[in-house]
Design a protein around this ligand. Sequence first.
Ligand SMILES: [Ca+2]
Ligand SMILES: [Ca+2]
Length: 170
Amino acid sequence: MWFFNVLNFCLLLVVVNGECDPGWEHRWNKCYYFSTETRTWEGAEIDIYFLDLARKCHSNIGCRQYGSHLVEVESAEEDEYIRAHSRNTRRSNWIGLRDSATEGDWRWAYGGARAEYNNWATNEPDNIFDQDCALLDSLYSYHWVSGSCWIAHNFICEKGYPSTDIPVVG
Ligand SMILES: [Ca+2]
Ligand SMILES: [Ca+2]
């Protein structure tokens, strides 16, 4: 009987590394997406269907829809990596940092932690016009600047490098 034979096999778990989706860059144990489209901060992080129905058709969507989140910059190395990208493309990019819950308390939107590492431009964040969202600003050598969340910028998503547990019968 075939199912008795199957029961005699051992089930082994083999970890197989996947790879980043097309259009994403692998760095360290992460995958990064550098948008070619611009969105508001909320649109970049979450997606806003009612504002963006037409563009949805072109998979122009926010980080959460990719199973990711706006980048959380935790080290000088990660910062330099995304700054170099921003410099090369000359794009200002939203990052996942904001102080919209409590003024002056800048937190990573996804993880909720305070920003231990930061790379604010001189005199930033200045909160002019109640700015609550952070970006790497082309006008400030891609240092961090507080911006108005409703303005459309390019953005950077981040997610873990995929690994998959595949059961192997043997
Ligand atoms: Ca990160
Ligand atoms: Ca603010």
